[in-house]
Write a protein that binds this ligand. Structure first.
Ligand code: SAM
Ligand code: DTB
Ligand code: SF4
Length: 342
């Protein structure tokens, strides 16, 4: 306000935790002028998080390729000729060596991904349970993304020391059948419920750039924000277009679309860690900075995601220095810190 003149009547969002957002409210947030949206999201972000802190996670593909699902974006489906070589489940010791390297380079969360439709109760699952407890013993937050889980499998993972489970909705319920035909949206929601019931932290988000409409994006954000409890972490992936998949010719996602998704997610789910996930390799630092301003506070670090490249560790460290960002401690380090005498 200057001399009684108000230059903007854009409301600063009331940062309360709500699970009763309507679709119209989500649409209204999403469609605001983008700079107003960023301003609102940045205001909410600062009420719940230290804006300099960014969680650094490392991904490892523990079982690559040969997946029976037909997700149209994925390099690992057997249905498409992507040139990816399928591999067996990694040995536990190799995984633990990679987890140690991740911890040494500053990661606090280690996420293990398997190209499975669902977990089966077999020796491979027992091996994953051993990986989970080994990684937890290193002091890292352990996360897995293994496909669908039964309630019993979720309990076993929890007992082994699993901290979080990633299971993305990927797109709207309405668009789901255009992207994946081998499972349903309800299957996805059921696994999220099984994870939540086992008291495992929920990580769930989606991908943009699949050819979806704004309405689809709004619908997916609405589903996430009206779950009985918000996911603790919400990854926003930009499609990495993979040759040989049905989505190989999709154009690159414009940064403003990432910014809109991240900012809207931040306002709807103020406490969540919003992760600027796949797609960073194509984004200059200035674009990533816009995403941090819009409320992203988590990234995947390390030169590989699951099967595609990611920025080099050195480049990310330089970005952190330039933007005065600092890696967030893990919940375990925080607990240890609180227990130390003042
Ligand atoms: N198979 C398990 C599943 O689908 O839940 C776990 C691994 S899967 C690769 C994990 C997530 O990675 C997918 O849900 C999707 O959101 C994301 N993803 C996979 N391929 C991608 C791509 N080409 N671009 C962006 N995100 C991708
Ligand atoms: C998520 O939302 N993104 C990550 C993680 N969860 C498992 C996966 C991104 C995969 C990008 C394509 C690839 O490297 O194969
Ligand atoms: Fe399989 Fe997961 Fe890829 Fe779908 S996204 S094809 S379930 S690895």
């Amino acid at each position: 306000m200057t001399n009684g003149i108000t230059f903007s009547d854009a409301p600063v969002a009331e940062a309360t935790i709500r699970n009763d957002w309507t679709r119209a409210q989500v649409a209204e947030l999403y469609h605001q002028p983008v700079l107003d949206l960023v301003y609102q999201a940045a205001s909410v972000h600062r009420q719940f998080h230290d804006p300099q802190e960014v969680q650094v996670c490392t991904l490892l593909s523990i079982k690559t390729g040969g997946c029976s699902e037909d997700c149209s974006y994925c390099s690992q489906s057997v249905k498409y000729n992507t040139g990816l070589k399928a591999e067996k489940l990694m040995p536990v010791d190799d995984v633990l060596a990679r987890a140690r390297e991740a911890a040494e380079s500053g990661s606090t969360r280690f996420c293990m991904g398997a190209a499975w439709r669902e977990v089966r109760d077999n020796r491979d699952f027992d091996r994953v349970l051993a990986m989970v407890s080994g990684v937890a013993d290193l002091g890292l937050e352990v996360c897995c993304t293994l496909g669908m889980l039964t309630p019993e499998q979720a309990e076993k993972l929890k007992a082994a020391g699993l901290y979080a489970y990633n299971h993305n909705l990927d797109t709207s319920e309405e668009n789901y059948g255009n992207i994946i035909s081998t499972r349903t949206y309800d299957d996805r929601l059921q696994t999220l419920e099984n994870v939540r019931r086992a008291k495992i932290s929920v990580c769930s988000g989606g991908i943009i750039g699949l050819g979806e409409t704004d309405e689809d994006r709004i619908s997916m954000l609405h589903t996430l924000a009206t779950l009985p409890a918000h996911p603790e972490s919400v990854p926003v992936n930009a499609l990495v277009a993979i040759e040989g998949t049905p989505l190989q010719d999709q154009p690159r996602v414009p940064v403003w679309d990432m910014v809109r998704m991240i900012a809207t997610a931040r306002i709807l789910m103020p406490q969540a860690m919003v992760r600027l996930s796949a797609g960073r390799l194509e984004m200059p630092v200035a674009e990533q900075a816009l995403c941090f301003l819009a409320g992203a506070n988590s990234i995947f670090a390390g030169d590989k995601l699951l099967t595609t490249p990611n920025p080099e560790v050195d480049a990310d460290q330089a970005m952190f220095q330039l933007l005065s960002l600092k890696p967030r401690k893990s919940y375990k380090q925080e607990e240890a810190g609180q227990m130390r005498p003042a």
